[in-house]
Design a binder for this molecule. Structure first.
Ligand code: ZN
Length: 133
């Protein structure tokens, strides 16, 4: 397993529409997709920036993991997503190397990608996501 590139950077926001306006009106970029991921209780918006996407995440419920993050830390960078060939294989490999996983197996995330998270305590304080097509 070797990540090929940063697939996206996840940013937690209080208000998705306001956040989209910031990226569009201030930075001149375009949101190309808004999607609700019921499983993670978030509404997401995607902005393409070169090869990397910006994923804006707004909680849809007070028990969403993003709501917890916002409460503790406020709006800001939430996670870093690395593109790999096979998210399940990547999770298995880093677990064998002693890393703590949030997801033992990948699940379906936004944009129909297979995604799985590594615990930030095992990744230098970064909530790391693996994603594959
Ligand atoms: Zn993500």
């Amino acid at each position: 397993m070797k990540p090929s590139h940063i697939e996206h950077i996840g940013i937690a926001v209080e208000n998705l529409d306001e956040a989209i306006k910031f990226w569009e009106n201030v930075l001149g970029l375009k949101c190309y997709n808004i999607e609700e991921v019921a499983d993670q209780k978030v509404r997401t918006a995607f902005i393409q920036l070169g090869e990397v996407k910006i994923e804006l995440l707004e909680p849809t419920s007070t028990d969403s993991p993003i709501a917890g993050f916002l409460e503790k830390r406020g709006s800001g960078i939430h996670h870093l997503a690395l593109a790999v060939d096979n998210a399940d294989q990547a999770l298995k490999e880093v677990e064998e190397k002693g890393l703590r996983l949030i997801d033992k197996q990948s699940r379906k995330g936004a944009e129909n990608l297979n995604i799985g998270f590594v615990h930030p305590k095992s990744a230098l304080g970064i909530l790391m996501e693996f994603c594959s097509k």
